[in-house]
Design a protein around this ligand. Structure first.
Ligand code: PLP
Length: 437
């Protein structure tokens, strides 16, 4: 089908209302630091780090130079039964940033691939430990774990699951979102730690000997900034320990400084067995993901086979030279500019600015942690999600990029954001909230 605008017809856009976009395209053509430039020449303040990924701001020359150098030195080399130096170096650097013990790194090209890799590793570990009956994978309602078959099966977003059969043998914890008890919280909501006991309920239902792993986002981003209740993640960890269940944190959004440390696991003091990452790993300049695995889990898989390939899994581009070079330059930047600490330094200012919107029209909740804010709007009667989408469009048209997910506006600016830009973001939102119906 050719749309109104034939030049745009061929690109079947991901997670996009293609017909409506192509009727009213909004293009980005350049970026620098905190700003995008739109196709019609306007500066757009980036309130979302692209898609939660350009944590050090856009078009950083150090990263661009590293990519260019890699492209002209070794454009590609296989990592199947061969190697090249960059991914070894990056893995070592990344391992040093992970919580104690998670120092074995598998490279992928995206968050979705990291999730599917983590789930496959969890199954391989259980099998290697003689626990082959443990094949069940547990996720959580309103979880987003990318779009692979593994990810949608443990994920809990209905639109991602409706069209496709998920994997058999999965189940879900309830989500923790509870406005009745937790509206307008700063940091961890006070209520809901007991929802972690859902895992015990599933153990009682299915038998621990059938459950391989549970995967959660420490903070769910894509479904609208769902912050874990105080004590929830700790309780999940305890139940996993009690029953030999592997705990996976999907940190595709939360890793690399978003909540004030290299990982949410570190920031919030709960150590999972496996961490998935992507996005901020390369500042999004080249696609790359990674999975950090506890050394004893890794060793169990290696020791379970007498010789030869231990894990029949990998991608042509695992540890790609350009991505690895971008990753190394990005980690350098994060360290040099102290960007992981920056979310902590700015968190108070950010929180006050976000919560200053309380009382504005349509707002039923504001929640903040690190450099993240979720602003939940009352759904328009008969037209859920329409209000937030309208706000997203109005913001873009007036020079601010926000993210609309359901009836929630999510904000997660690059970690280089300045206070004046924080003021500009929330000032603009205040103005627009008064304007839209
Ligand atoms: N996991 C989480 C927690 C995410 O937020 C995302 C993307 O937003 C993904 C996985 C999927 O990542 P990708 O789009 O790179 O496949």
């Amino acid at each position: 089908m050719q749309g109104d605008n034939d030049q745009l017809a061929s690109f079947w856009m991901p997670f996009t209302a293609n017909r409506s976009y192509k009727a009213h395209p909004r293009q980005l053509v350049a970026a620098s630091g905190m700003y995008y430039q739109s196709g019609d020449g306007r500066r757009i303040l980036d309130g979302t780090s692209g898609l939660w990924c350009s944590n050090a701001g856009h078009c950083r020359p150090e990263i661009a130079e590293a990519i260019a150098k890699a492209a002209t030195t070794l454009d590609f080399a296989p990592t199947f039964q061969l190697g090249h130096p960059l991914p070894f170096e990056l893995a070592q650097r990344l391992a040093a940033l992970m919580p104690e013990g998670l120092d074995r790194i598998f490279f992928t090209n995206s968050g979705s691939e990291s999730v599917d890799t983590a789930l496959k590793i969890a199954l391989a570990v259980q099998r290697a430990k003689g626990q082959g009956t443990r094949t069940r994978l547990i996720g959580r309602e309103r979880g987003y774990h990318g779009v692979g078959f593994g990810g949608i099966s443990v994920g809990g977003i209905v639109s991602n699951r409706r069209t496709w059969p998920g994997l058999p043998g999965t189940d879900h914890l309830r989500h923790t979102h509870d406005l009745a008890r937790n509206a307008f919280t700063r940091g961890f909501p006070a209520h809901g730690a007991e929802l972690a006991d859902d895992l015990q309920r599933l153990v009682d239902l299915h038998g621990a000997e059938t459950i391989a792993a549970v995967i959660v986002e420490p903070m769910a981003g894509s479904t609208g900034v769902l912050i874990p209740p105080a004590g929830y993640l700790q309780r999940l960890r305890e139940i996993c320990d009690r029953h030999g269940i592997i705990l996976i944190f999907d940190e595709v959004i939360t890793a690399f400084g978003r909540v004030g440390a290299a990982t949410a696991a570190e920031a919030w003091g709960v150590t999972p067995d496996i961490i998935t990452m992507a996005k901020g790993l390369t500042n999004a300049a080249v696609p790359m993901g990674a999975v950090a695995v506890k050394r004893d889990l890794h060793d169990a898989v290696l020791e379970s086979v007498p010789g030869g390939i231990e894990l029949f899994h990998g991608y042509t581009y695992s540890g790609h030279p350009l991505a690895s070079a971008a990753g190394l330059a990005t980690l350098d930047l994060y360290a040099r500019e102290g960007l992981f600490e920056r979310a902590n330094e700015l968190a108070g200012y950010w929180e006050d600015a976000a919560h200053s919107l309380k009382g504005r029209r349509h707002i039923i909740d504001i929640r903040t942690i690190g450099l993240v804010a979720g602003i939940e709007l009352e759904p328009r009667p008969g037209a859920p999600t329409a209000r937030a989408m309208e706000l997203f469009h109005a913001a873009f048209d007036s020079g601010l990029l926000v993210r609309a997910t359901g009836d929630i506006i999510a904000l997660s600016p690059p970690l280089i954001v300045e206070k004046a830009e924080i003021d500009a973001m929330f000032g603009k939102l205040a103005e627009l909230l008064d304007r839209i119906d």
